[in-house]
Design a protein around this ligand. Structure first.
Ligand SMILES: Cc1cc2nc3c(=O)[nH]c(=O)nc-3n(C[C@H](O)[C@H](O)[C@H](O)COP(=O)(O)OP(=O)(O)OC[C@H]3O[C@@H](n4cnc5c(N)ncnc54)[C@H](O)[C@@H]3O)c2cc1C
Length: 347
C-alpha cells in the first residue's frame, strides 16, 4: 500500500479544486483492509473514502487520512438460462464497466452510461438516470465494516436503497465522507430477457426522431451518451460535480404563492402533496446563468451546474466554490423564499 504525505487532491476531484490531503493511502487490494483496520492506531472516525471525486466538494485541505479506492477487476461470476451475474471491484470506472458489459452482450445498464465515478461509489447514492436506478440491476455487494474489519455481503434489502440514497449515506457516523462501510465489490444481475427502458422524455424523443421503436441496448447507450454530452460539461474539460443543488420541495400553498408572482416557475407536484421546484430555473431567474464569481462560475447551458473557472496560475479553491454557492443561495432565498441545499458532499 502506498501512502503519500501532503498529496495533491486536484487530480482526484472532478471539480478540479486545488487542495491537499495530509495523508493519502491508495487501496489496491481489498484483502488488506481487515488487517489494516485491526492495526493499533487505526481510527475509523479519522478517515475519508474517496472514489472518483465526482460527488464531493473540497472546501479546504483534508486532515483525516484519505483512502483512495483503486481496486480493479471485473468478471462474469455465473451464467444461467435466465441471465448473467457480473461483478466489478470498487475502483473500476463506472462508465467503462457499463461499456464492458454491453460489449459482451450483457444488457441492462445502458441507461446509466456516462455517469462519472467508480463502481464502489455507485450504490452509495443509488445512482440513477434516464428512468433507471442502480437498484434495478443490483444483486449484492461486499463491504468492510471500518470499525471491526469484518467483511459483509449485503443484499438489496440490507442496502436500503431509496431515491439517491442508501444505508451507506444514512450511516454517516461522524463527518462527511466518513461512513461505517467501505464497499469493495459490487454484483449486478442482468437478465437475458432484456427489455429497453424508454419511459424518459428525452429517450421517447429519440425514438420519435429516429423511428426506431425497438432500439438495441447499444442504441440506447449511444443516445444516453449523446443527450448527456449535449447537456452537461465533461469534467475532463470543464471541472464540475454535475447538479450542484437539490431541487427544493415546498408545500402546495408556498408553490401557489410563488406561481402567483412568477407564473413560469418550473414545478412538479408530488404524490405526497408537496411540490418539487426546478432549482436550475430558480437560479437562472436570479440572473446567475453564465456568471462568474472569483474562480467559480455557473455553466452557460445549465444553471444547476457550477463550474471551475480557474487556471494553472490561479486555481479554483473550495472557498471560491462556496462563495458562489452561498451567493446563489442568498439570491434564491431573497427572491423566492426558498432555501437551496447543496447536493454533493462537502469535505
Ligand atoms: C457531470 C456529472 C454528472 C453526474 N450525473 C449523475 C447522474 O446522472 N446520476 C447520479 O446518480 N449521479 C450523477 N453524478 C454524481 C456522481 O457521478 C455519482 O454520485 C458517483 O456515483 C460518484 O462516484 P465517485 O466515485 O466519484 O464518488 P466520490 O465523489 O469519490 O464519493 C462520493 C461518496 O461516496 C463515498 N464512497 C466512494 N467510494 C466508496 C466506497 N468504495 N465505499 C464506500 N463509500 C464510498 C465517499 O466517501 C463519498 O461519501 C454526476 C456527477 C457529474 C460530475
Amino acid at each position: 500500500m502506498l501512502v503519500e504525505n501532503n498529496a495533491a487532491l486536484q487530480p482526484h476531484n472532478t471539480f478540479g479544486i486545488a487542495a491537499q490531503a495530509q495523508r493519502l493511502l491508495r487501496l489496491r487490494k481489498a484483502e488488506l483492509l481487515p488487517d489494516l483496520v485491526r492495526q493499533p492506531g487505526w481510527c475509523a472516525e479519522r478517515l475519508r473514502v474517496l472514489g472518483g471525486g465526482s460527488n464531493i466538494v473540497l472546501t479546504g485541505d483534508v486532515e483525516p487520512l484519505v483512502l483512495k479506492i483503486e481496486m480493479l477487476g471485473r468478471r462474469l461470476l455465473r451464467e444461467t438460462e435466465a441471465g448473467y451475474l457480473v461483478e466489478a471491484d470498487a475502483g473500476e470506472n463506472w462508465h467503462d464497466f457499463v461499456a464492458w458489459t454491453l460489449d459482451r452482450g450483457w444488457y441492462g445498464l445502458e441507461n446509466l452510461a456516462l455517469i462519472p465515478g467508480t463502481v464502489g461509489a455507485a450504490p452509495v447514492q443509488n445512482i440513477g438516470a434516464y428512468g433507471l436506478e442502480l437498484q434495478d440491476r443490483f444483486h449484492s455487494l461486499d463491504a468492510v465494516d471500518l470499525h471491526s474489519g469484518e467483511v459483509h455481503n449485503l443484499d438489496a434489502a440490507q442496502c436500503r436503497f431509496g431515491y439517491r440514497d442508501s444505508v451507506f449515506k444514512c450511516e454517516r457516523t461522524v463527518a462527511p465522507g466518513h461512513g461505517r462501510w467501505l464497499i469493495t465489490r459490487v454484483r449486478f444481475w442482468l437478465p437475458k430477457r432484456w427489455q429497453p427502458v424508454l419511459g424518459y422524455l428525452e429517450l421517447e424523443r429519440k425514438v420519435a426522431e429516429t423511428g426506431l421503436e425497438q432500439p438495441t441496448a447499444r442504441q440506447i447507450f449511444d443516445w444516453v451518451c449523446q443527450i448527456r454530452r449535449a447537456k452537461l460539461p465533461d469534467p475532463a474539460v470543464i471541472g464540475n460535480v454535475g447538479s450542484f443543488f437539490q431541487n427544493p420541495l415546498v408545500s402546495r400553498e408556498q408553490c401557489a404563492e410563488i406561481c402567483a408572482r412568477h407564473p413560469a416557475v418550473v414545478h412538479y407536484p408530488l404524490p405526497d402533496g408537496r411540490v418539487k421546484l426546478a432549482a436550475g430555473w430558480l437560479i437562472e431567474a436570479c440572473g446567475w446563468k453564465g456568471q462568474t464569481l472569483g474562480r467559480a462560475g455557473v455553466y452557460e447551458k445549465q444553471a444547476l451546474v457550477l463550474v471551475n473557472r480557474g487556471d494553472a496560475y490561479q486555481p479554483c479553491s473550495g472557498a471560491d466554490v462556496m462563495a458562489l454557492a452561498t451567493a446563489i443561495q442568498a439570491s434564491v432565498l431573497e427572491r423566492f423564499g426558498v432555501r437551496l441545499e447543496i447536493e454533493p458532499e462537502l469535505w
